[in-house]
Design a protein around this ligand. Structure first.
Ligand code: SLL
Length: 185
């Protein structure tokens, strides 16, 4: 059975963190990690059963499934690429969700740091915050989510989310005004 208009959501943070390897002998220039975690590193395993990370064909066993915390894999390498991630939920009937994570080994203006946890000064971090919306969850999933409170997002992260939301709203308003103008001429 499914519950409609459940209006439940969960925040996740995902990304990569890399550090340069000095005097490498095996061709690897960086050690890196790809991860999916909770805000402030809170436990997300009460609703996520496992996460599959599909790396690059140049790696041995490119597809790896992680079913215990932390949901991450560690590697060494020399190049950047896009990782395919797929989240499987604790209730096996809940549809898995798939998305991509960009592995970054170099500083880039596109890289973002959410700011809820600390990293080494020289780490190359690229993170995104996202919300999983359970619009019509299975009954089992509904129960799991309903019985547990999400950590509250505070401080600078909350401000960032608000800013982004405001920017989106301004963009929508701008488009609407433009459409109005176009149709009236
Ligand atoms: C590039 N399009 O050319 C990318 C591919 C692949 C990175 C990057 C393998 C490490 C290993 C590795 O780092 N692959 O085999 O140990 O930049």
């Amino acid at each position: 059975m499914k519950i409609s208009h459940a209006n439940l959501s969960r925040t996740i943070i995902y990304g990569t963190v890399a550090t340069r390897i000095e005097n490498s002998t095996d061709g690897a220039t960086h050690s890196w990690k790809v991860f999916v975690r909770g805000y402030n590193n809170t436990d997300i395993s009460y609703f996520i059963r496992s996460i599959t990370f599909k790396t690059h064909e140049t790696f041995a066993n490119p597809t790896r499934n992680v079913d215990t915390l932390p949901f991450e894999i560690e590697e060494r390498g020399w190049g950047e690429f896009t990782i395919q991630a797929k989240i499987y939920f604790v209730n096996a009937h809940e549809r898995p969700i798939a998305f991509t994570i960009n592995l970054k080994l170099h500083h880039d203006p596109q890289n973002k740091v959410i700011g809820d946890v600390e990293y080494d000064d020289n780490a190359i971090v690229n993170e995104r915050l996202d919300t999983i919306i359970f619009e019509t969850p299975t009954e089992g999933m509904y129960k799991i989510l309903k019985n547990k409170k999400e950590p509250e997002i505070e401080g600078i992260v909350l401000e960032q989310i608000k800013k982004e939301k405001d920017a989106i709203e301004r963009a929508i308003e701008f488009m609407l005004q433009r459409l109005k103008k176009d149709t009236s001429t």
